[in-house]
Design a protein around this ligand. Sequence first.
Ligand code: PEP
Ligand code: MG
Length: 582
Amino acid sequence: MGTRIAGTPGAAGVAVGPVWRYVPGGVGESRMPDVAEHPGAVVRAAGEEAAGQLNALATRVRKLGREDEAGIFEAQAMMATDPELLDAAVARAEAGEEPVSAVRVAAEAAAATLAALPDELLAARAADVRDVGARIARILLGEDVALPDVPSIAIADDLPPSVAAEMPPGMLLGIALESGSVTAHAVILARGFGIPAVVAAKGLVGAARTAMSVAIDGATGEVVLDPDPGEVAQFRIRAATLAESRRAAVALRGGPCATADGERVALLANIGSPADTTRALEAGAEGVGLFRTEFLFMRRRTAPTEDEQVAAYRAALEAFGPDRPVVVRLADIGGEKALPYLNLPAEANPFLGVRAIRLAGAGSRELLLTQLRAVWRAAGLAGVTPHVMAPMVATLADVQLLLDLRDEARAGAAVTAAATGDPLPATMVTGVMVEVPSAAILAPELARMVDFFSIGTNDLTQYAMAADRGNPALAHLQDALHPAVLRLIGMVVAGAESAGITVAVCGELAGDPAGALVLVGLGVDELSADAGSLDGVRTALGAFTRAELADLAGRALAASDAESVRAMAGELLARQGSAASR
Ligand code: PEP
Ligand code: MG
């Protein structure tokens, strides 16, 4: 029997193959010429070269149709010449520090700043900065990463995404990481390429030191080092079964998402930039239920201009056209996502602080107005009806503020449209995210003011359970299938029904087959999730009738904890033969 190590599911799929160990390059002496005379210039040149390599990688993955991964490398190319990193490294080198060390220290400092942020997504970007630093260091050392020459499974503490993307096509069968997280870029990349990945496999690197082969299951998080022939056969059977169910799921993409008795459930995608629209459309999304717009506001020194925003929103709206709505979420910033140009004071509890719609009352009203004007104008140019929603709504006054901002922004956009002759829509479909428990409790009143609700189960769970969503020590309180959260969702559905508006869910729970069954059973009309989750949700919903799902939801509401609810949903999914987890 092989050595078994339990990890966390990163990207679904099964792989068996030779081990390829990735070890980040060690610190050495710079071998570039002229270092002694012009150390700063040499560091700068290496930064420029790294940027060139990363841009070339971006072009390569873009040609494969992987827009969002291309975005990752473009962002890294920008980091490679970012003054914060490069100026710091150049200054150290010019002060006499060995250039490779200067780059590593500067990259580590930039990474540490990011890693200290409480936002899990931003903290994961620390790995990108380190990767950029390692690339510049490799250029200075004249080293290349030794890539595998036979199809292999990468084993590493953490794998830089650029190394994963540099692998010749077909050479990377899977990824197993000791410390990578589900949101690490290499794992996001793996998901995009359909490569299985396991993360957080404690003890993996040490145990794999002498291993020749490995089997991984990205849906269960299992890793088996040097599997015996029986174990290999078992993993191969799993791989064949999975390939068959994937083929069946892909075949369903063209058709509508519905329960077994034909009740329609709208299935939309979450996107984080216009580049994500390609994957979403490929996955058969009926629209975008959550367009996270923070990408426009982060990692810069000044706020994005109205025209810049118009271009970004227009690109996404045009990709989906007039029949598939794209819901633009107003910037969910402030709090822990502090932006230098907002001049917000530091807060003791940023998750409970001046965040999102609350910015309007804290001196940043113009920021939200500009964004809304941009959405009005983008929709006019794209010839579609605009859809907007506000995050972090807690009170009736918040909703009124949203409606006022919307109307004021239209008046502003009308002035521009009159000057340019561009079209402007007459109305905007306006909704609120329900992610603060008070909004769920006030659902009947809020529902009379807006056109739709979209439940953000990530934050709703965090606030209902008083458990920081990024704190790994609180995993037992972070499952949105907890009956307490489900009862809040039930209240939102009832509130929406009383006013005749639709209710969507756009938190992670919507992309989890078990969650999707319970949510539709509770009466949710629409689900919006990462494009990679849509096949699994569509397949799972198609296997059960509305009555079966309502029965599941009823039992879930009465359950004592999230584990019991998962067991109930898991039982249904196992009966139907669908994967019980992502
Ligand atoms: C949520 O809170 O569920 C949500 C969708 O928003 P975000 O994850 O961006 O906070
Ligand atoms: Mg949220």
